[in-house]
Design a protein around this ligand. Structure first.
Ligand SMILES: Cc1cc2nc3c(=O)[nH]c(=O)nc-3n(C[C@H](O)[C@H](O)[C@H](O)COP(=O)(O)O)c2cc1C
Length: 363
C-alpha cells in the first residue's frame, strides 16, 4: 500500500521520525542500508539559527537516503519560510514542522509544542511556509499541551485546511513528556477527522505493536522513534509483518555488534575522532542492550576514545557470546566494514551546502 503526501509517493508505511542527537546522516545511512523504502527525517533544525548559518551540516543529505524530510522548528512565519526554502534547496522531499517538542528550552520561546497553545500562529506558519515551497509540508505534534487541553483533533483539522499534506501525531501531551502510555485511541480520533495521511506515533517497540497501532488508530502509517535505536532491523521487520503477517527473527547478537561498530566508524568518519567516539558511545549502549552479561562491556563502551577501543571491547563481547568463532565472525565483519568506501562523502556534501549558502547570499 502506498501513501501519498502531496506530490510525494511513499512505498512504505513506516517512518523513522526526527530525533535530535540521533537521526543524523550516519544513523539514517545505517537505517537506509537496512530498509530501502521507509520514510526518514533529519534531526530538528532551528529556523533562526539557519539564518546565520545556512550551510549548517545538520541539513546535509546523502544521495541515496530519499525519501527524506528536513524538520524545522521556530515560530516566526517568515523565518520559517526562508528556512524551508533552504531545506528544499538541499534536496529534501518534504519539510516537516515541529509542533510537538516538549523540552522547556524550546517551548519557552513559543516553539515546538507551545504552538499547540497558539493555533492562530501555527496556522499562519503553515500557510506561509507551504506557499513558499514546492515540496509538501507536514507537521508533527502531540495530543495537546496537557490533559485539559487535548486539542489534537481541532489542531490537525486546522493544519490540513492551512496546507499541511500529512501529519504525525505522538499520542502524549506535552505535560506527559514520555511518561505514561501513548494514547492510540486518541490518535484514532485525529485520523478520523482528517483526509490527509496520518502517521500514528508512540511506544512501538516490536512489529506487533506497529500492527496494533495501525489497527486501533486506522492510521496510514506508523512512526517509530525510540524503537529504532540500536535496532534499525525493526523497520523492515515491521514492514514485513504488517504487509504479510510474517515475523522475521531479530538479528543475531554478533550482527548487532558489527552494526554497532559500523555506526561508530561512520560517526568518526563524518564528525571526526573526538565528537564521533563521544556520540557513538550512546548508540553502542543501545545496540548491546539485552545481550546477556553485557553490562560491564557497556560500561567500558561509554568510555571509548578510539576505533581500536571499540573493536577491542566489541570483539571481547563477541567472544563471550559465541566463543572464538563469535570473535572471529565479529572481526571478519568489522574488517569488511572498514574497507567499505565511506558512505558519507564529505566533498560532495560540502558542495551541496556551499550551493545553499550562495543561494541565500543571492536572495
Ligand atoms: C532522543 C530523542 C530526540 C527527539 N527529537 C525530536 C525532534 O528533533 N523532533 C521531533 O519532532 N520529535 C523528536 N523526538 C520525538 C520522537 O520523534 C517521537 O515522537 C517520540 O519519541 C515518540 O515515539 P516513540 O515512542 O516511537 O519513541 C525525539 C525523541 C527522542 C527519544
Amino acid at each position: 500500500m502506498s501513501i501519498r503526501i502531496g506530490s510525494l509517493t511513499l512505498n512504505s508505511r513506516v517512518y523513522v521520525p526526527p530525533m535530535a542527537g540521533v537521526t543524523d546522516i550516519v544513523f539514517r545511512g545505517i537505517v537506509r542500508t537496512i530498509d530501502k523504502n521507509c520514510l526518514l527525517s533529519t534531526e530538528m533544525v532551528s529556523s533562526k539559527a539557519l539564518m546565520a548559518r545556512p550551510e549548517a551540516r545538520i541539513m546535509d543529505l546523502a544521495k541515496d537516503e530519499h525519501p527524506i524530510g528536513i524538520q524545522i522548528f521556530g515560530h516566526e512565519a517568515d523565518v520559517m519560510a526562508q528556512a524551508a526554502q533552504m531545506a528544499e534547496a538541499r534536496g529534501a522531499d518534504f519539510i516537516d514542522i515541529n509542533m510537538g517538542c516538549p523540552v522547556p528550552k524550546i517551548t519557552k520561546g513559543k516553539d515546538g509544542c507551545a504552538l499547540m497553545k497558539e493555533p492562530d500562529l501555527a496556522k499562519e506558519i503553515v500557510q506561509t511556509v507551504s506557499s513558499a515551497i514546492k515540496i509538501p509540508l507536514t507537521v508533527k505534534f502531540r495530543l495537546g499541551w496537557d490533559d485539559d487541553s487535548r486539542n489534537a483533533v481541532e489542531f490537525g483539522t486546522m493544519l490540513e485546511a492551512a496546507g499541511a499534506k500529512a501529519v504525525t501525531v505522538h499520542g502524549r501531551t506535552r505535560q506527559q513528556l514520555y511518561s505514561g502510555k501513548a494514547d492510540w485511541q486518541f490518535i484514532a480520533k485525529v485520523k478520523q477527522a482528517l483526509s490527509i495521511p496520518v502517521f500514528g506515533n508512540g511506544d512501538v517497540f516490536e512489529p506487533e505493536d506497529a500492527l496494533n497501532l495501525l489497527s486501533i488508530t486506522g492510521c496510514d502509517g506508523v512512526a517509530v522513534a525510540r524503537g529504532s535505536l540500536g535496532n534499525p532491523w525493526l523497520i523492515p521487520r515491521i514492514t514485513k509483518y504488517i504487509d504479510t503477517g510474517i515475523l522475521d527473527d531479530p538479528p543475531s547478537e554478533i550482527e548487532k555488534l558489527a552494526l554497532a561498530f559500523k555506526h561508530c566508524l561512520g560517526l568518526i568518519q563524518y564528525k571526526g575522532l573526538r565528537v564521533g567516539t563521544n556520540e557513538s558511545r550512546r548508540h553502542m549502549i543501545h545496540y548491546t542492550k539485552g545481550i546477556s552479561h553485557s553490562a560491564a562491556f557497556r560500561n567500558r563502551l561509554t568510555q571509548i576514545t578510539s576505533i581500536d577501543d571499540a573493536v577491542k571491547i566489541l570483539s571481547e563481547l563477541a567472544k563471550q557470546i559465541a566463543g572464538n568463532s563469535g570473535e572471529e565472525e565479529f572481526l571478519k565483519q568489522a574488517e569488511s566494514l572498514q574497507q567499505l568506501a565511506p558512505i558519507w562523502n564529505k566533498a560532495e556534501l560540502s558542495q551541496i551546502s556551499q550551493k545553499t549558502k550562495q543561494m541565500v547570499q543571492q536572495s
